[in-house]
Design a protein around this ligand. Structure first.
Ligand code: CUA
Length: 174
């Protein structure tokens, strides 16, 4: 029989049993988290790109006229968003289903977050940085994008609409 390595630190066999139970529970939690993050394609954004939040309106990409949804020549979809107290601009965006959509987001003031329940779009929008997330919306429908970092008294009212249009109807709507 293999001797218990915990014997060196703990003499009581009942205590050792409970230590093993807690170690096992922690291991199960790590395996489950790993499984769900891989299966659900959940990962932190990997880019680091800085921007001067106080001069967003003067930047090319985040100037008011350049915000919104744009389709590239290869069919890729890019969404440029500004998060500012208290809203996401533009306040309503439409994207196609089942298509990779790249969000580029910047805050004009304080820390915000964006979370669209029932999708895997969720990230922080840290002032001074551009948050870039590429995701895919398999199910057409109307979603809510909410701010999920407390940003002030209007935090609860900071949300906007995300409309996922069926892929085959994309670009054909009036
Ligand atoms: Cu923005 Cu809370």
């Amino acid at each position: 029989m293999v001797s218990d390595p915990l014997k060196a630190v703990c003499e009581n066999s009942l205590e050792r049993k409970w230590i093993w139970v807690s170690v096992l529970l922690a291991a199960v939690a790590v395996v489950l988290l790993g499984f769900y993050s891989v299966a659900g394609n959940i990962n932190p954004p990997s880019n680091v790109e800085t921007i001067d939040s106080s001069r967003l309106h003067l930047s090319k990409e985040f100037a008011e006229d350049n915000l919104g949804v744009k389709t590239g020549p290869d069919g890729s979809v890019r969404v440029t968003l500004v998060a500012a107290r208290y809203g996401f601009y533009p306040e309503r965006i439409e994207v196609p289903s089942d298509t990779p959509v790249t969000f580029r987001m910047a805050s004009a003031d304080v820390l915000h977050g964006v979370h669209a329940p029932y999708t895997n779009l969720a990230t922080m929008i840290v002032p001074g940085y551009i948050s870039e997330v590429t995701t895919n919306f398999p199910k057409p429908g109307e979603y809510t994008m909410m701010c999920n970092e407390f940003c002030g008294l209007g935090h609860d009212h900071m949300w906007s609409r995300l409309i996922v249009v069926p892929k085959d109807a994309w670009g054909k709507q009036p």
